[in-house]
Design a protein around this ligand. Sequence first.
Ligand code: BDR
Ligand code: CA
Length: 291
Amino acid sequence: MGKLILNVDTGIDDAFAIILLNKYRISPEFIVAASGNSTLKNTYRNTTGITNLLQLGCPVYPGSYKPLVRPHYHEDFHGENGIGCYHFEEVSLENQPNGIIKMYEALLHDKYTIICTSPMTSLGLLLSMDSGIKKNIENIVIMGGAFGITQYGNGNMGNSEFNVFYDPEAAKIVLGADINETIISLDTTMNPELAIYNMPQNTKRTPLDNFIYKTTEFMLKKHRTFELHDPIAALSFINPDIFEFINGNIDVDSNGVTRFEKNRNSKKRIAVALNNEDYINQLVNKIYDIG
Ligand code: BDR
Ligand code: CA
């Protein structure tokens, strides 16, 4: 499967993406946490908290703390501390090695796939550092964009999708780069059949189950639905065969609106559908430990 780096802004569904990978025994070499769903302080603490809960033993490094040219901005979608009403122990950002430099150093020596379920700021900075670095990036799996290819791809921040909306300049660099990319956009993840509306039933109560149930409950109470954007992106890495993709070129405007033009020779493939039964078995049941 090759070596893996994650870029996250944990975030409840980012945490679920890390959990899903762990349930498939897929370990990233390290994780870069950036601002997005919440401040860097919060997303870094939340990412460290979830890796500790999973006993992953994989380092978490802080990446970008704000978009490339805009100020930090977030909605209260994932709660005040970015992870519902769950409380992880505070950790200090001081003296932590920088995650963008860590990605750069890793890519100097080896080939990696990167899964990015956050705004693309850290990757935009990485790709701006050295044009040669992309030769060691095998694929970037990105949760981002709303292309209007399906009836669900209309945006969740006006006409744009949050990760792109947060930092359109970075998204333009990353989605325009000459790199293989797999894009999981709202066109797939906003399909209402893929969301959770009721608490899945499982009787186990490990500390991990407790986290899963508390955060699911938070999402259901606050939003009445829980959309699993980031775990769906992780699933496309675990099992791309259950997705339907089309290839094309992507453009991003300064409002974070993403456009797509079909081109079978493009290195960008966008998911447009997913087998629902496989999704339930391979993602929902796996996370909630059902069946
Ligand atoms: C994306 O925005 C964030 O709120 C989620 O974590 C996901 O990465 C969905 O638009
Ligand atoms: Ca995210």
